[in-house]
Design a protein around this ligand. Sequence first.
Ligand SMILES: [Fe+2]
Length: 227
Amino acid sequence: MSTPHLAITADLHWGLAKCEAGNLSLVKGLQQNPPQLLLVGGDLGADSHFGDCLNALATIDCPVALVAGNHDIWVRQEDLRGNSWTVYDSLLPAECEKRGFHYLDHGPLLLPHLGLGIVGSMNWYDHSWATEELARRFPQEQWRLEQMCFTRGRHNDRVYVRWPEGMSNSSITSLMAAKLAEHLRVALSNCERVILITHHPALPELGFARPDRETTETEGPSMDQIL
Ligand SMILES: [Fe+2]
């Protein structure tokens, strides 16, 4: 079987001035040399920029599959679109469906002609990777973890991600992990090869805080780095 020609990208952050030149050049390059599949790993654009990003990707002559990212589900207080779960579970997939794009959070993409299955999830976080170490090292600062407060500001997910009553970061993470496991099972039983894509890292080794100059090996990363 020949090697499929895939293009994989993420974090386009459509609508941010600093990303514009790179994004336009990426779209232009893909228009000139379309892949057999374009995979996007989340953070296409906040609010209406998500749709703007999809419109730009629709100018590329290839199928598109994507997962959502945290920026894609940011909502303002009293947002007319509803809460972050409504955006994630209803509005973003509807935007994808309008353009014939595959929303991986809702189901695997099976490509028998390529011998390939694609599964994916925005994935979320429940702070379970570092709790014990943090509690030991920063006993007075648990509130910073809860509120996601850096020394100079607060993580925007704590401000703009609004889950409905009864849902929490932990319950969302469990739900997404279970759904992804089911999609993976289907893909593995139907396809020779499977690619799995997530927005938030699925394993700590893929993207957890690295020590730098501010810390020593024995101290480990600082609170800001961990956040
Ligand atoms: Fe992100």
